[in-house]
Design a protein around this ligand. Sequence first.
Ligand SMILES: [Zn+2]
Length: 265
Amino acid sequence: MARDIIDDRLVGALHLRALDRAGLARDPALEHVAYQAGTLSALMDGAFDGDLALVDLLRHGDLGIGTVAGLAGELVVIGSDAFVIEGDGTVSRPGPAVTTPFAVVCSFAPQHRFTVNEPTSLGELRTRIDAVVGDPAVIVAVRIDGRFRRLAMRSVHRQHPPYPTLAEVTAHQTEWQLESLSGSVVGFRFPDGVAAIDVPGHHLHVISDDRSAGGHLLDLEIESAVVQLDVSSDLHLELPVGVVLGEPGQADRATIARIEGQHAG
Ligand SMILES: [Zn+2]
């Protein structure tokens, strides 16, 4: 469908490779390659079912974020384990047959590492990550392990067909704050110009060390932490049914979904 044609600039910049189901079987986890199931534009339109099982997603990476079928919470993949933070904040371990309509993972092999030993805001953290990486046109996988003075998070409640749009769901999201938490923040920084595929900028999820709390990160203040970054310029994308991949040089065909504010993936 025309509305899901993907931004051609991204295709050129990111060595984006679309996979079909046959491609899935040939594409095991690779270092410095991000793997994505679904697109943000499809998710925004209410395509919440998904048909990629988490067990298959985990074959493509050991760290990542996303959501699960029915938009039933925030997905965290860390150390090859998957966790779902549900709409009421409960953390569960999804079974391998649970599917995802939207997720990004990578085989985490960090090239950059730095420590934070003073109170640091989310804005300061983003600025430092961007400075360490340098190139704004690459994908950056982020893992932050440490102690957090404050974490503001949110999640969403499971939806049932006929599905509403993502904007309608996030209008009813639940938000909460935790203080003095030890845990990990994981996710990705995507380049500008990816709005149809993914969330431009930093998109991070939280999981506590005891795996009892987490969510989609809204804000944080770090007490002390180790930040690790894995930079990749390749994105392997499993296209949902009906999505057409644009070709370089045909930018007039591109339609980019505009995203304002936070999304629920
Ligand atoms: Zn999210």
